[in-house]
Design a protein around this ligand. Structure first.
Ligand SMILES: [Zn+2]
Length: 413
C-alpha cells in the first residue's frame, strides 16, 4: 500500500492515547493498592478458615519461612506472606476427613486433630516475635498493636469428638474457638450438605444438640459450613449464641449445596451470626455446562463409587483419576470481583453486619487474582472500587466476626 500521511497520523495518535490510558490505569491501580494497604494499618483483618495445620504437621515444611507463591509445594499460607498480603489474624483449621463412626475411627481422628493443634502452638512458641496465640478479640487487637499476627484455632469436623461430650471441653481448654460440626459426609453430630448416600436429611442428632449446648457453655462458636439445610435450621433453633458459617457463599449467585440460600442468610442474620466468604471457584461462579466432562465424571463414579462410598483400598488410585479429570476439564476460575459480588448480595439482603472472609486456603480455596494469602489486599481494592467506606471495610474484614466471637464468649459467661 502507498504511504498515506492522512491515515498514519490518526493511527499514531490512537496508539499514543492507548499508552496514556494504560499508564493512568497503572497509576490508578498503584494508588488504589496504596490506599488499601493504608486502611489495613488501622483495620484488623481476619480470615476464618484455612487448612494449613495439616501441612504444618509435615516434617520439613516451616510456616515461618516464606514460600514462593504459585508453587504446589508452597501451599497458600505462611507467616511472611500473611504480612505481605495484610492479613492480621487467621483461624487455623484443624481438619480431619470423615471416617467410620467407630471407636477406632474416633480415636484416629482425635489424634490427628490434636497433632494439628500442637502444630499451631509449636508455631507460636517458635516465632513469638511474629505471631501470638489468640482466643479473644482483645488478644487480636493487642497483637496487632504489637505488630504481630494472631493465630486462632478452629476445628473442622466434629468427628474427633466421637461420642464423648467431654472432648468439647478438652478442645476449649486448648483454645479452640470454633467447631465445624461436620465435613463432606454425615457424622454422629449432624447431616452434611454433600453426603449423597442417604437421600433423607436427618439434621442435627440428639448427641449433636448436646454438642451445640456444650459449645454455647464453653464459648466456642458453632460453625454451620458443610452442614445440610435441616442441620442448619436445627442448629439455629438449638443455639443460644450466634453461629458462623466459616467458609460458605450465597446459593442465589451460585447454586451449590455448600452455600446458603437467602432464607438461611436471613435466619443467620436474625441469629446475629456471620457468613464468611469462601474463595472457592465452585462456590462463587456456576460451572459452565460441559457434557464431555460430565460423562467422564460419571464413568469414574461408576468405576470407583462416589467419595462417600469409595473403596478405601482403591482410594489413592481413584483420587488420582479424579485429579486428572479436574486437570483435563478445569472449573471456571472465579476472580476477586466474584467474591465481592457475593459480599454485595449479602449487604443488599441483610446489611453490612453479617458478612466476612473465610478463604479455605490450603483446603481448595483460591481465585485467579488472589490465589494465596500474599494477595489478600486485592479484596480491599475491589471493595474500594465499589465505593465501600473504611468503617464498612472494617466490619467485613474483622469487625463482624470479632463481634460474634465476643458475644459467644459473653453468653458463655
Ligand atoms: Zn471445608
Amino acid at each position: 500500500m502507498k504511504y498515506n500521511k492522512t491515515s498514519f497520523l490518526p493511527a499514531l495518535l490512537l496508539i499514543l492515547a492507548a499508552f496514556a490510558v494504560a499508564a493512568i490505569q497503572t497509576q490508578d491501580e498503584a494508588a488504589l493498592e496504596a490506599k488499601a494497604r493504608d486502611i489495613h494499618t488501622r483495620v484488623l483483618s481476619v480470615d476464618t478458615h484455612c487448612d494449613t495445620p495439616g501441612r504444618m504437621t509435615r516434617p520439613g515444611w516451616d510456616v515461618g519461612e516464606r514460600h514462593e507463591p504459585g508453587l504446589r509445594e508452597s501451599g497458600q499460607i505462611d507467616l511472611p506472606r500473611m504480612k505481605e498480603g495484610c492479613l492480621d489474624a487467621l483461624f487455623f483449621g484443624c481438619f480431619t476427613g470423615q471416617g467410620p463412626l467407630t471407636e477406632a475411627g474416633y480415636a484416629n481422628s482425635k489424634a490427628r486433630a490434636i497433632a494439628q493443634i500442637d502444630a499451631v502452638e509449636a508455631m507460636t512458641a517458635k516465632y513469638p516475635g511474629l505471631v501470638g496465640k489468640a482466643t479473644t478479640p482483645a488478644d487480636a487487637a493487642r497483637l496487632k498493636k504489637e505488630g504481630k499476627l494472631s493465630a486462632f484455632i478452629g476445628v473442622e469436623n466434629g468427628y474427633p469428638i466421637g461420642d464423648d461430650l467431654s472432648m468439647v471441653e478438652a478442645l476449649a481448654k486448648r483454645g479452640v474457638r470454633y467447631i465445624t460440626l461436620c465435613h463432606s459426609s454425615d457424622n454422629q453430630i449432624c447431616d452434611s450438605s454433600t453426603d449423597r448416600r442417604a437421600p433423607e436429611d436427618m439434621g442435627l442428632s440428639e448427641f449433636g444438640k448436646k454438642v451445640v449446648a456444650e459449645c454455647n457453655r464453653l464459648g466456642i462458636m458453632v460453625d454451620v459450613s458443610h452442614m445440610s439445610d435441616k442441620s442448619f435450621a436445627d442448629v439455629i433453633k438449638a443455639s443460644k449464641a450466634p453461629v458462623i458459617a466459616s467458609h460458605s457463599c450465597c446459593r442465589e449467585l451460585c447454586d451449590n449445596p455448600r452455600n446458603l440460600n437467602d432464607g438461611m442468610i436471613k435466619a443467620l442474620a436474625a441469629n446475629g451470626g456471620v457468613l464468611q466468604m469462601c474463595f472457592l471457584s465452585g462456590y462463587l461462579v456456576p460451572p459452565q455446562a460441559n457434557p464431555e466432562r460430565d460423562a467422564a465424571r460419571k464413568a469414574l463414579e461408576e468405576k470407583y463409587g462416589t467419595f462417600e462410598t469409595m473403596d478405601p483400598a482403591k482410594r489413592n488410585e481413584a483420587m488420582a483419576a479424579f485429579r486428572e479429570l479436574s486437570r483435563k476439564y478445569p472449573d471456571t476460575q472465579a476472580k476477586v470481583k466474584d467474591i465481592v459480588d457475593h459480599i454485595d448480595h449479602i449487604v443488599k439482603l441483610v446489611g453490612i453486619d453479617y458478612v466476612g472472609i473465610g478463604t479455605d486456603f490450603d483446603g481448595g480455596g483460591g481465585v485467579e487474582d488472589c490465589n494465596d494469602v500474599s494477595r489478600m489486599y486485592r479484596v480491599t481494592m475491589e471493595l474500594l472500587r465499589r465505593g465501600y467506606t473504611e468503617p464498612q471495610i472494617q466490619k467485613i474484614w474483622g469487625g463482624n466476626i470479632m463481634r460474634v466471637l465476643q458475644k459467644v464468649i459473653d453468653i458463655a459467661g
